[in-house]
Ligand binder design. Sequence first.
Ligand SMILES: Nc1ncnc2c1ncn2[C@@H]1O[C@H](COP(=O)(O)OP(=O)(O)OP(=O)(O)O)[C@@H](O)[C@H]1O
Length: 585
Amino acid sequence: MRNKWIDLWSLIRAGRPSIVMLAVSIFSALISVAGTLWFPLQTQRIIDGLGLGNNISTEIILLIVTLVGASVFSAISAFFLAKVGHRIVAELRCVLTLKMLKLPIASFDKVGSGERISRVVRDCESISELTTNQAVNLVTGLLLLSGSIVVLVLLDVRLTITLLGSIIAAFTVMIPVSFLLDGLSRKVQDRAARLSDLLNHIFSEIRLVKAFTAETRESQRCQREIEDLRRLGMRVSTINVALEPIISLAMTVAIIVILISGASRVARGEITIGTLTAFILYIFNVATPLAQLTNFSAELQTAKGASSRIQEILAEVEEFTPVSSPVNLSGQILEFRNVAFSYVTDQRAVLVDINMCFKPGTTTALVGVSGSGKTTILSLIERFYLPTKGEILYGNISISEFPLQLWRGKIGYVAQNAPIMPGSVRDNITYGLDIEFTNQQVISAAERAGALDFIERMPHGFETLLIEQGNNLSGGQRQRIAIARMFLRDPDILILDEATSNLDSETEYQVKSALDALMRDRTNIIVAHRLSTIMDADQIYFLDSGRISGVGTHHELLTSHIYYARLVERQFQKRKEPAFTEPIS
Ligand SMILES: Nc1ncnc2c1ncn2[C@@H]1O[C@H](COP(=O)(O)OP(=O)(O)OP(=O)(O)O)[C@@H](O)[C@H]1O
C-alpha cells in the first residue's frame, strides 16, 4: 500500500511551487490575520472609550485602516497562493501528460483513454483545489484560530472557556454531517465522471449511433445516469439545506450563551462592555476557521486519493529506448526470427514461430483472415510491443537496440483509417516532422500524393482547419493527406495497413498511383486487402491463426496454398458464388 501522504507531498513538490510567492503569501496572510485579530480589540477600545466619554476619532480611523488593511492583505495572500496552486497543477498536468505519452501502447490496452483523461483533468483539479483555495483557508484559518484563542485567553479565561465550549458543541453536531456531505459529494463527482465518459463515447461514435437509429436507446442510457445524478444532487442539497439552519442556530446559541454569561459579569463589574463586544466578534474569528478546517479535511481525503492514482501512473515503466545507435539505419534487411507474441491483457499466443524477411526495394504483402495477426506484426515492427519470444533484426541487429525515436523515424506507417489530428491541412501533412519544410516542399508532397487539387479547392487551402477526426474529409482524401505526409517523412520502411473500405474507382486509382510513387525504392510491408496490391507484391506471407502457413508470390501461392486460393476467391471475386463452405481456419 503506497503512502498517500508521501504521494501527495511528492506531487506538490513535483509542481515546483515558488518559494518567493509562498513567502509573500504567508507574510500577507500573517498581516491580514493580525488585522482580523486586532479589530475586535480596537472595537473594544472604541466602546469602552465611548462609555468613558473619550474622544474616539483616532480609534475609529485606526479601526477602518485595520479592517481595510486586513482585507487587502488577505486578497494579496489569496492571490499569490492561488498563483502557486495553479502553477503546481499546470506543472502536474504537463508532467502527467508527457508521462502518459511516453508509456508503451500495452499500458493503454489496460487503462482506457477516458480514465486517463480523468486523471489529467479531474485528479489534478482536486490537487489544485487543495493547494489553492483549501491551502489559503488552512493557513489563514489556523493562524486566526490560534491567534484568537490566545487573545481571548488574555482578555478573559472564563469567558474564553464558555465561548469555546459552545462553539465546539455546535461543531460536534456539524462534523458528522459534513463528512456525510463529503462522501455524497464524492459520489456526485464519480457519477458525473461516468456521465461524461458515456457522453464522450456516444458522441465520438455518433455515426454508429445514427446508423443503427440508437438515439432513443442511448438517450435512455444517459437518462438513467442523469437521474442517478439528480437524486444524489438532491440529497446533497437536502443536507445543505438542513446544515445551514444548524450552523446559524449554533452561532446564535453561542452568541446568546456569551451574552448571558458576559452580561452577568459586566453587571458584576468583572469585565467591561467593550470586552463583551470583543468576545462576540471573536465568535466569528473562531467559528469561520473551524468550518474551513472541516472542509479542508474532506478535500484532503479527495486529494490524497487523486494523488495516489496519479502516482500510480507516474510509477509506470516508460517505453525503453537505448541512448545511442550503433549502426547506420538504412537499406538493411528486416527480419523476424522465431518470433512469438501474446498481449499482456490476454495470454493467448497471437503470433507463433514467425520467420519473415523484408528486403529493401521490395514489397511484401501480409494476407490472412481477420484476427490472424497481421496488424500485430506491424505493431511489433513499430516496437509498440516487444516480442514475447524470438527477435526482430535490422541489418542483423535487434531493433530493440536502436533509439526508439531514430527507429520510428525510419518507418512510415499509413494506417487503415488514416487518422487526422486537430490542426490545419498543412499541420497534418507536416505532422511529427522536426524539420521545417518550405511551402513549396509541402505543395510538392501534396501534389505527388494526388491531394493538391482537393486541398486547393478547400476554403483556406493548406490553412483549412480539419475538424475532429477529419470529419470534413472523405476517406480517400484522408488517405492522400497521410500519403503526402509520408513523402515528406521519406521513410526507409513503409508500412501500409490498406483500407478495407471501398473507394470509388477514380479515387482508388488516385490513391493507388500516389502509393506506387511513394513505395518506390523502399522496404514496403502491406496488410493487403485488394487483389491488385497482392498481385503486385514481390512476396506474400499468408497468416493463419498467428502462424505463417504459406509464403511466395501470388501465382505460387495460388497453386500451392489452398486456403490462400480460397481467400482470394472469397474476398476478391465477390461477384461469384464462394467455391467452398467450410471456414478457412
Ligand atoms: N490490444 C490487444 N489486446 C489484446 N488482444 C488483441 C489486441 N489487439 C489484437 N488482439 C488480438 O490479437 C489477435 C490478432 O489481431 P490482429 O489485429 O493482429 O489481427 P489482424 O489479422 O490484423 O485482423 P484484421 O484483419 O481484422 O485487422 C486477435 O485475436 C485479436 O483479438
